[in-house]
Design a protein around this ligand. Structure first.
Ligand code: CA
Length: 395
């Protein structure tokens, strides 16, 4: 029953803000269960953003969206915690602090976490020779040298990076408290209300869960960008990058019994394209600091190639959290990560209902694996409307 309610809670929170029921709910979200679940829907939505932040990237867009929603009274954006992935923690922290400053939201605190995967840094050079070159290797890759970088020399001081940051350094500083302690503290401070956005590696969350397992029952839930569930990987041939960076970290987090887990995998994230027509709408409506940054930062890209398009991966997490009606296909499956150190390291593995397994009852499902909601499709028109509106609104 508890599991049934998890799904229903999500469905109800989705239904609550819908003008037209455009969402195909999981079948078990019956009216009875939905009514019962209403009591579990938090009155205040609070967010912590655990991120491998960079400049004007999808993580930055999520941060801007949450900051805007916070200003509009739609959520309480508690803070940013930095983790490894596309980048290391120090440059990620610099990027978070400075971009918050540029949009006038230095009041949102930033906490440094860790970028060292639970099993330590990997020898990517050796792995690539054994299992083939990854398509993408994030912070491991040295773009200047076109080779894998030396992780022992990675930047660790966010106030003193090896090269000048894109927008310089912020006057505001990161908080002294460690990211994982901030997550634990906030989840307990607001029982049932805090959702953690895990849009980088899972390292901070795994450490938080291990340090204080009681956060699992007190959190509203976790929303991830990660995993390639039914599609090939974008780093090794099977795994999505966020989950490839620290497979054990994500596995520990995924396998915890959160009230809600919503996963935005590459299946949908790499099926939504940001193109010039959306950029042009932002140009047209620009006015606030966020839109100015985007317009200026992306002008060259679209001038050089008006046909340019890109994915917006993490951005989808904030959209479906703030406006659940944007989600049009959510499937419940049992979901974990392959932590066998081999060519499939970091691969998302899921189990659905079949002859000898039942997602609803958990019968036939693997030990320790939890049921998750996996997003497979969105209403693109509604998504881009939200995207343009939230980023250009003057608050
Ligand atoms: Ca990210």
């Amino acid at each position: 029953m508890k599991r049934k309610l998890m799904a229903a809670t999500l469905a109800v929170s989705m239904a609550a803000s819908m003008a037209v029921p455009a969402v195909s709910f999981a079948e078990e979200a019956t009216t009875e269960a939905a009514v019962e679940a209403t009591a579990e829907t938090p009155e205040v939505k609070r967010a912590i953003l655990d991120t491998d932040m960079s400049y004007l990237n999808d993580d930055a867009i999520v941060m801007f969206m949450l900051a805007q929603a916070d200003s509009l009274g739609e959520c309480d954006f508690l803070g940013v915690t930095t983790v490894g992935g596309n980048t290391f923690c120090a440059p990620g922290t610099t990027a978070a602090l400075r971009q918050l400053e540029l949009i006038g939201r230095s009041d949102i605190p930033v906490y440094m976490g860790t970028d060292i995967p639970l099993m330590g840094f990997r020898n990517m050079e050796a792995e690539s020779q054994i299992w083939g070159m990854p398509e993408y290797s994030g912070a491991y890759w040295d773009w200047d040298e076109k080779t894998f970088g030396d992780v022992t020399k990675r930047p660790t001081d966010y106030k003193n990076l090896p090269s000048e940051p894109k927008y310089g350094y912020a006057e505001t500083e990161a908080q002294d408290e460690h990211a994982i302690d901030f997550i634990i503290e906030q989840v307990h401070k607001y029982p049932g209300e805090v959702t953690i956005f895990v849009i980088g590696a899972g390292t901070n969350m795994a450490l938080a869960v291990r340090k204080d397992p009681t956060i699992v029952e007190d959190a509203a839930g976790v929303i991830y960008m990660g995993g390639a569930v039914d599609v090939p990987g974008n780093c090794n041939t099977t795994a999505e990058f966020n989950w490839y960076y620290d497979p054990e970290g994500i596995r520990i987090c995924l396998n915890a019994e959160w009230k809600n887990q919503l996963v935005v995998p590459n299946d949908i994230a790499e099926a939504v394209f940001y193109t010039k027509d959306v950029y042009d709408r932002i140009v047209e409506k620009q006015g606030n600091e966020i839109s100015k940054l985007i317009v200026e930062g992306q002008a060259q890209r679209f001038e050089e190639n008006p046909e340019a398009s890109s994915y917006v991966w993490d951005s989808i997490t904030a959209a479906v959290w703030l406006h659940p009606e944007i989600a049009t296909d959510i499937q419940e499956r049992y979901l974990t990560v392959d932590t066998n150190y081999g060519p499939g390291y970091g691969n998302a593995i899921s189990w659905w209902t079949s002859r000898n397994r039942d997602v609803e009852t958990g019968e036939g499902m693997p030990y320790g694996v939890q049921k998750c909601d996996i997003l497979f499709d969105i209403d693109r028109e509604a998504f881009w409307d939200f995207y343009v509106d939230i980023l250009t609104t003057n608050v």
